[in-house]
Design a protein. Structure first.
Length: 361
């Protein structure tokens, strides 16, 4: 379905595209660097493109919560107008429908029922986005910003209380250890299908993650502030969130799989700082050319995410630079294949953007 939203904030679209850039192939470009020159620097950079096994925070651990945060940023864009024109019931109906569609797409993305219902994934990227968007959207429809802030704090602190003080049946005292924590227990007790470490209980901080994105958009919409002042506020609040998260992590570890409250604060802090940088360059300094490919991706983020799963650009790239070509390229083979795959993905989003074709859920 073709459409073009008006009055979009380019920095938000660009940041969304920057986030998706690493998913559609940017990560493999960096991972290929040690093949060319195996140094401590290239290994460190490649390591940042991998998730931490448990506690800790790598750049790649930012990708998922950044997207959830940006989903929150988008919520105040259309819902207030919809509520004003058609009432809260229409807004709630749209939220419910979008959430269901996203959740179903998540099931299909993770393999659907191909491996049987017992192996079906009900926990994944699109599933989490759908659930976080659902609760954050509903809360936005019925509560004012101050109440939303209180709810976000309650969710983050409440999750910490549950994981820190509630004993884990079958294991004993509360624990943050892998396979021995309350979130793990609840999933294995109540969540059907294949599982990650913690999904049901960690919805609490995931919703807070999305709510924190809402405040960034409210700031961008506030006519009292200039763009330069918005940049300052975004960077300052991001720094504060990052600082609180790091300090709190001395007691409550940063663990992506558990989506700990410290993980949310660190990720949202970095997200706000990144948006501040993007907003500074694009809207204050008016340097937009560099962000153009990111805008192409950001305007069709879900589309390229789904297509990438179906088409597999890396396999397609192998048809051009695999086999004897890869042998001839030697240590550069993986880099070239990654660049070709990324180029194919960029060609698709460029084509969609030029044709003004955007997937709207």
């Amino acid at each position: 379905m073709a459409y073009l939203e008006q009055r979009r904030v380019v920095s938000v679209d660009a940041l969304r595209g920057f986030d998706m850039f690493w998913i559609i192939g940017g990560d493999h470009v960096v991972r290929s660097l040690p093949d060319i020159s195996d140094t401590p620097l290239t290994r460190a950079l490649a390591g940042q493109m991998e998730h931490c096994e448990w506690a800790g925070f790598h750049f790649y651990d930012l990708i998922f919560p950044l997207f959830v945060w940006i989903v929150g940023v988008a919520i105040p864009f259309s819902l207030p107008r919809l509520i004003e024109r058609h009432g809260r019931a229409a807004a709630v109906r749209r939220i419910v429908i979008r959430s269901i569609v996203l959740f179903l797409l998540g099931i299909l993305y993770m393999g659907g029922v191909a491996n049987g219902f017992e192996n079906m994934y009900l926990a994944g990227v699109l599933h989490r986005i759908a659930v976080a968007y659902f609760f954050a959207g509903i809360l936005f429809c019925f509560f004012k910003p101050r109440a939303l802030a209180i709810i976000a704090v309650v969710l983050l602190v409440g999750y910490w209380v549950l994981l820190t003080f509630v004993p884990v049946p079958g294991f004993g005292a509360a624990s943050y250890e892998q396979g021995k924590n309350l979130a793990y227990y609840i999933d294995h007790r109540f969540l059907p299908g294949r599982k990650f470490e913690g999904t049901i209980l960690s919805t609490m901080p995931a919703v807070a993650n999305c709510l924190l994105g809402i405040f960034a958009r409210l700031l961008l919409k506030d006519a009292r502030w200039s763009d330069a002042r918005r940049v300052q506020i975004l960077f300052a609040t991001g720094t504060i969130s990052l600082g609180i998260g790091l300090l709190w992590s001395m007691q409550f570890p940063i663990i992506k799989l558990l989506w700990t409250s410290t993980y949310v604060l660190v990720a949202c802090g970095v997200s706000a700082m990144l948006l501040a940088i993007f907003h500074l360059l694009i809207h204050v300094l008016h340097r937009r050319a560099w962000a153009t490919p990111f805008v192409w991706i950001g305007m069709n983020a879900i589309t390229i995410y789904l297509v990438g799963n179906i088409v597999n650009f890396r396999n397609l790239a192998n048809r051009f630079v695999g086999g004897d070509v890869a042998v001839a390229l030697g240590p550069y083979a993986e880099l070239v294949r990654s660049l070709v795959a990324l180029g194919l993905a960029l060609m698709l989003v460029w084509f969609l953007y030029r044709r003004r074709i955007f997937l709207r859920l």
